[in-house]
Design a protein around this ligand. Structure first.
Ligand code: NAD
Ligand code: UGA
Length: 435
């Protein structure tokens, strides 16, 4: 099949490369000309494990193309995916649909033959109706159908998630569209990935409900972690004890500094607004947003308390700046709030991240950066693990204790145990655990 991917960001690039890997002919278009130029030079603009290999192999095989010319991508396409950003709108937090509607307008003129336009972007319920209206207004003669095909991949494991999804959701209004989209994913459902066929509006709602539910699950366990700290219980054992119940499930029950990222924060906010607009308030989602916001600041207070209640003049090494491991994405990372709060409290902060330093520089307030965890630790009074990159799981604690000026070790991801850290003279603080 011929596929056009509009938007070559995290989702567009991963989806385009994987669909090419399934044997389709995929052309990616992006309004960011620099991004397309670097992709044409085989430079991958994001850090995503395995993506460079999938892109290179499919470019070489003549199945994956990058173009500055939209018409080139759309004219021969059987399916055009819209994978542009839907960030929070300034002011009210609703999803900003400017990019989606602009993409629809751009696509309209180049459509030829029967084409399915499918939104992969996360969009509010009813957006597909508006995309449909725009396409027909701009090109009244077009033989086009609009579908919703939300994407559930995670950054850091995007290739694996795309190729082995828990399910594929296809929201379409007619059989011809359903059949064409099912054909796109044929290699996956032959491997038993369930296809969920539904209406366009239901598919749009499924995506927000999934993200909101996961965000609530994380926020629930974070509140339980606080209760564990007050009562001497262990949140990891609570998570295991409840997660083994198949109705609850073990995933997304890791307590930490609060969820961040390009999606949970903006999608929970947009979903809450959608609920209000439709007069069906989503109070659990609204509370989740508020609790998560407070949690990030509470984590900074936890660091200050660990340092004896005062960080003025103290040097704090922050390990892990991106919102999760295996990405260079700093969007809504808890580190942003934590670093700012530590600076406000008078600390001197030095940051280190295996892949996110460049992105961090443009997002964080001015701080020092180190190019290894050990350099960050030099002369630090306190070390804080904010993101659980694998390389932080087996730090040489003996070396750290020699390099650091002070003995405080704050593990906001529970990747160590108290006894193994305290052996080296540290005072150890984690989340929701006595040990
Ligand atoms: P991104 O910001 O990484 O990429 C969006 C791309 O779209 C950018 O390269 C931008 O230049 C391009 N763009 C904007 N307007 C365009 C236009 N008119 N034509 C062509 N290109 C245009 O965003 P992302 O993280 O890939 O997210 C895209 C969508 O997918 C969002 O709705 C997001 O909520 C959703 N989503 C993201 C993830 C994720 O892990 N990042 C996962 C699932 C769903
Ligand atoms: C999330 C969803 O998991 C994807 O299914 C969805 O497609 C995507 O959002 C999206 O719509 O963009 P992502 O944001 O890439 O994916 O990463 P997650 O692994 O979900 O982590 C999100 C945040 O939650 C991170 O800050 C992470 O540290 C935090 N988290 C996650 C926890 O604190 N505890 C957990 O147990 C799991």
């Amino acid at each position: 099949m011929n596929i056009a991917m509009i938007g070559a960001g995290y989702v567009g690039l991963v989806s385009g490369a994987c669909l090419a890997d399934f044997g389709h002919r995929v052309t990616c278009f992006d309004v960011d000309e620099q991004k397309i130029a670097s992709l044409r030079r085989a430079e991958i603009p994001i850090f995503e494990p395995g993506l460079d290999r999938v892109v290179a192999e499919n470019v070489t095989a003549g199945r994956l193309f990058f173009t500055h010319h939209l018409a080139e991508a759309v004219a021969d396409a059987d399916v055009v995916f819209i994978a542009v950003g839907t960030p929070s709108r300034r002011g009210d937090g609703f999803a900003d649909l400017t990019f989606v509607y602009a993409a629809a307008r751009m696509i309209a003129q180049s459509l030829s033959g029967f084409t399915v336009v499918a939104t992969k972007s996360t969009v509010p319920i009813g957006t597909g109706d508006e995309v449909d209206r725009i396409l027909r207004e701009e090109n009244p003669g077009a033989d086009v159908a609009v579908a919703s095909n939300p994407e559930f991949l995670r950054e850091g494991s995007a290739i694996e998630d795309f190729k082995r999804p828990d399910r594929i959701v296809i929201g379409a209004e007619d059989d011809r569209t359903r059949e064409l989209l099912a054909e796109v994913y044929r290699p996956l459902y032959l491997n038993d990935a369930p296809l969920v066929f539904t209406t366009r509006r239901t598919a749009e709602l499924i995506k927000y409900a999934a993200n909101a539910f996961l965000a609530m699950k994380i926020t629930f366990i974070n509140e339980i972690a606080d209760l564990c700290e007050r009562t001497g219980a262990n949140v990891q054992e609570v998570a295991r004890g409840i997660g083994l119940d198949g109705r609850i499930g073990p995933k997304f029950l890791n307590a930490g500094p609060g969820f961040g990222g390009s999606c949970f924060p903006k999608d929970t906010l947009a979903f809450a607004k959608i609920g209000q607009d439709f007069e069906a308030p989503l109070r659990l989602v609204e509370t989740t947003i508020a609790v998560n916001d407070q949690r990030k600041r509470a984590m900074a207070r936890k660091v200050v308390a660990a340092c004896g209640g005062d960080v003025r003049g103290k040097r704090i090494a922050v390990l892990g700046l991106t919102f999760k491991p295996n990405t260079d994405d700093m969007r809504e990372s808890p580190s942003i709030v934590i670093v700012q709060a530590l600076l406000d409290a008078g600390a001197e902060v030095v940051g280190y991240d295996p892949a996110g330093i460049e992105a961090a520089r443009s997002v964080l307030p001015p701080i020092d950066y180190a190019d290894t965890a050990y350099k960050a630790a030099e002369e630090a009074d306190c070390l804080v693990i904010v993101t659980e990159w694998n390389e932080f799981r087996s730090l040489d604690l003996e070396q750290l204790s020699r390099l650091m000026r002070g003995p405080v070790f704050v593990d906001l991801r529970n990747i160590y145990r108290r006894h193994e850290v305290e052996r080296f003279g540290f005072s150890y603080f984690s989340v929701g655990r006595p040990n």
